[in-house]
Design a protein. Structure first.
Length: 395
């Protein structure tokens, strides 16, 4: 049985965004609004203020929420395009595909950088990072991913932030898939720049990303921006001037997001969302384990956003077939993105409740029965560790 709020005509998305949204969030989009209209500008201002309040930040202390058209990657790219001075050097702490994406962005902008890699199943080696930061005083920025959506691993942002501060660096955090559902204390974690987007834990529809940072941080390197459309400083100045986006805003997405924020606060904010997702996650792990599936991560690093499961090492299991059969029953899961293990992923974020998770697990049990595979047989691949790597400035 699916949750009473689920629309029986729609498949449920167990994906990390776009994700399942409430009917009321989708209904909020059924209006065409002029982007010059004062009412629309008020709504954009409401969204920017509420994003700061979720983060426990205020404009009085110099913080700004800058909205930017495009998906989350555009937000990350805008930060590197705008906030890194010409002589800056970024240390990317990575253990998954989204950390690697940061490196690719830096390569495109030809920004000097190094990478601290750890295996996809492990948090970063903080001791090694400390050593590297001591040995290389040219490093000005540390960039990391909070919830590495590749696996669902939660990286230790308080420790990373502390190291960053101790070495006088700017801490840039991709909190795309955690913001709104994992408590983030900007002061304790020393976060200088945070990036997230509309279609993750705040349960809006895709269309824009947002950056939370101090005004001075956004404007400091304005002259050196490496992109026009991704120029955060210019974007902020646009909001300053007339409350508007510089270029065509994603109007319908913004209307949906305004409604999503209202629902977020009615639910009880970050604590309530964390609680619901944790209950979803617990139901998912318990149900899948009972069917024999094994999570990729050990529980001490596993967050409550998304879970990677080992693909069964059984000829009767084929992911595309498994996916297709679940889809026909109304459940959309997510393929794996790991480099060194065969996995598939199930996210439990979005407008999903325990009843939806139980319905998914029941469907997985049916599909398992139809296909006849043994979920507990898994292929353990070796996990090669390559730590610090100087990354060449090549694409
Ligand atoms: C979703 C996500 C992004 C952004 O990906 P898009 O495809 O641009 O939406 C970036 N980082 C993380 C950790 C994410 O989960």
């Amino acid at each position: 049985m699916r949750s009473p709020t689920a629309n029986p005509a729609e498949k449920l998305l167990f994906t990390p965004g776009p994700l399942t949204t409430s009917v009321t969030v989708r209904q909020a989009m059924l209006h065409d609004v002029g982007s010059w209209h004062f009412d629309f500008n008020d709504r954009v201002r409401f969204i920017r203020e509420q994003l700061l309040s979720i983060a426990g930040l205020s404009r009085a202390d110099g913080w700004e929420a800058v909205l930017l058209q495009g998906s989350g990657t555009y937000g990350v790219e805008s930060v590197f395009a705008t906030c890194i001075p010409p002589d800056g050097k970024v240390c990317v702490v990575t253990n998954g595909a989204y950390g690697e994406r940061m490196i690719r962005i830096l390569q495109h902008f030809q920004i000097c950088h190094v990478a601290l890699r750890s295996p996809e199943s492990e948090p970063p080696d903080l001791h090694l990072l400390d050593e590297r930061l001591t040995a290389d005083p040219d490093i000005t920025h540390i960039a990391a991913v909070h919830c590495e959506t590749t696996t669902g691993l939660l990286n230790p942002i308080v420790e990373l932030g502390r190291l960053s501060r101790r070495h006088g660096c700017v801490f840039v955090l991709d909190a795309m898939s955690s913001f709104g559902a994992v408590p983030i204390d900007f002061t304790e974690s020393g976060i200088d720049v945070l990036i997230s987007s509309a279609n993750k834990c705040l349960e809006g529809v895709p269309g824009f990303s947002f950056v939370l940072a101090r005004r001075e941080m956004i404007l400091a390197n304005e002259k050196h921006a490496r992109s026009l459309s991704l120029n955060l400083a210019d974007q902020l100045r646009g909001f300053d001037k007339n409350g508007q986006f510089r270029f065509t805003p994603p109007t319908h997405t913004l209307l949906a997001f305004e409604q999503a924020l209202k629902e977020f606060f009615v639910e009880g904010g970050v604590a309530a969302r964390q609680q619901r997702y944790q209950a979803n996650h617990a139901a998912l792990i318990a149900g899948m384990r009972q069917l024999g599936f094994k999570p990729f991560l050990s529980p001490d690093v596993q967050g409550w956003i998304i879970t990677a499961f080992h693909c069964p090492d059984d000829l009767r299991f084929r992911f595309t077939d498994f996916y297709q059969r679940l889809s026909e029953k109304g459940f959309i899961i997510y393929p794996g993105k790991l480099t060194d293990a065969e996995t598939f992923r199930i996210a439990n974020i979005g407008h999903l409740f325990e009843a939806d998770i139980r319905a998914l697990v029941a469907a997985v049990a049916d599909v398992q029965h139809e296909m006849g595979f043994d979920a507990s047989r898994i292929h353990q691949a070796a996990n090669p560790l390559e730590c610090f790597q100087a990354v060449p400035l090549l694409l």
